[in-house]
Design a binder for this molecule. Structure first.
Ligand SMILES: Cc1ncc(COP(=O)(O)O)c(C=O)c1O
Length: 451
């Protein structure tokens, strides 16, 4: 069969927006047993190839990467630091003093949480912060380390635990919102084997945000069962239903730190400051956890103090510190935000606008939003949303949408039980592509009519 353009039609083929023959062939050539289960990078490769051969641009929603320019204050500070000669110097593993000062202020002004400077530690992205924390927690107690994920979540965190050969459990929070979270969480914690919990808030992939009631439940159960909560704030302040961006004034970014001292916060500059490439995150270790002492730590580290073991044992072993210039960049961004000279929210609000419009296009064409509520409230419009189409599994939907020039990832790889769903990331979809998206979704509906 010879195809002449993407509008070619024959008896067995529908007039899909992207040439069917090319899509089928590229899927086949990828040799992936099931394209619907492909990892993000695998999918990326196939979509790139289809785009190249057909000359058609996809609505690319598979990658969770910033779609905006990096905050200029950071870029300028970084260049200046390099010009002053920081490149030749080894870094202090605890972080440069300015970073710790402004990081501590940022935590106070935007979360209303008090923490010693020693607990504000720069890391090579929040990814290195979670890895070093998992590593240290694995050496904290005599018992085998078991971690609990409140899913859905960021697949790399599970990969980190696998790489360290640690155990983990997880549950999808979809059916356990509000008061129901208490019983479900307690059923895991009361077994006594869990050392730590991790969730992201706002959540990747679902964009649900825990309510204060839910954060209180997590915090109080962490106190009751002596568990450490790793709260991943990769999308800091990006629940755009509220404005958390005025320093020192409520409302503050909600956090479990209001309800427990057993916390480690993971703050990332990747999305809120569009600074992903320079790999700069901040671990915020509560005073209580920083000073936690355990004789077992001495078996793997020179210190029995958690914070010392984390910095001079794990972080030293992994990266031997975080590069100078990104620390100067984020110090400057923190300082400007702290001093009310820069409002990070205004820069990223664009994502909410895109999400609102895109969700509307999906729902008016028969798609459903999978994770749609925070208790009784509709979820925020933000960086991600999740969707499904009646009669399709997530894997089937992902594959079928390729013929319509739309790419996302399956929720199945995120620990979600809602396997009918896909995750859409709005960051790379520009407003001028929305008419194309609308046309493609309409075509999809036309070809897959709903009763
Ligand atoms: C929930 C979550 N945590 C952590 C990260 C990683 O952040 P960083 O770039 O700071 O390593 C991401 C990035 O996509 C994320 O979505």
């Amino acid at each position: 069969m010879k195809t002449i353009s993407h509008t070619y039609i024959n008896m067995n083929m529908k007039n899909t927006p992207i040439n069917q023959e090319v899509v089928s062939r590229k899927i086949k050539e990828s040799k992936l047993p099931n394209i619907g289960k492909a990892s993000i990078r695998e999918l990326l490769k196939v979509v790139n190839q289809i785009e190249e051969e057909t000359g058609e641009k996809f609505i690319r929603m598979e990658m969770g990467i910033p779609g905006l320019e990096a905050v200029q204050i950071g870029v300028d500070a970084e260049i200046e630091a390099l010009k002053k000669g920081v490149a030749s110097k080894y870094v202090n593993i605890e972080g440069i003093p300015e970073f710790k000062t402004e990081g501590q202020r940022f935590v106070k002004l935007f979360l209303d949480v008090d923490v010693e400077k020693s607990g504000c530690i720069p890391t090579v992205g929040s990814t290195s912060g979670s890895f070093s924390t998992f590593m240290t927690l694995g050496n904290l107690y005599d018992k085998p380390y078991t971690h609990l994920f409140i899913d859905p979540g960021f697949p790399l965190h599970k990969q980190q635990l696998r790489a360290l050969n640690h155990n983990f459990e997880s549950f999808d929070v979809y059916d356990y919102r509000g008061d129901k979270l208490h019983e479900k969480l307690e059923s895991h914690l009361s077994k006594g084997n869990i050392t730590s919990i991790l969730y992201s808030n706002p959540n990747n992939p679902s964009w649900i945000c825990f309510t204060d009631k839910e954060l209180r439940i997590i915090g109080e159960l962490a106190n009751k069962y002596n568990v450490i909560v790793m709260e991943d704030l990769a999308y800091f302040g990006m629940d755009f239903r509220k404005n958390y961006s005025v320093p020192g004034e409520p409302p503050y970014q909600p956090t479990v730190a209001k309800y427990t001292d057993n916390f480690i916060l993971l703050i990332s500059s990747s999305k809120a400051f569009s600074y992903a490439g320079q790999r700069l995150g901040m671990l915020v270790v509560s005073d209580k956890i920083f000073n936690l002492s355990s004789e077992y730590l001495k078996m793997s580290y020179n210190s029995d103090i958690f914070g010392q073991a984390l910095i001079y044992g794990s972080l030293y072993a992994i990266n031997a510190g975080t590069a100078h210039s990104p620390q100067y960049a984020v110090t400057s961004i923190f300082r400007a935000a702290n001093n009310k000279e820069f409002n990070y929210r205004e820069d990223v609000l664009e994502y909410a606008e895109r999400a609102e419009k895109m969700k509307k296009l999906f729902t008016t064409n028969g798609f459903k939003i999978v994770y749609d509520k925070d208790e009784d409230d509709p979820i925020a419009h933000g960086f991600y949303f999740t969707f499904s189409y009646p009669g399709f599994t997530g894997e089937e939907l992902l594959e079928e949408l390729l013929y319509y020039g739309i790419s996302g990832i399956s929720l199945a790889i995120t620990g979600s039980t809602r396997t009918e769903g896909l995750r859409a990331c709005v960051s790379l979809v520009h407003q001028n592509q929305l008419p194309d998206l609308e046309y493609r979704l309409k075509k999809f509906k036309e070809h897959h009519p709903l009763n």
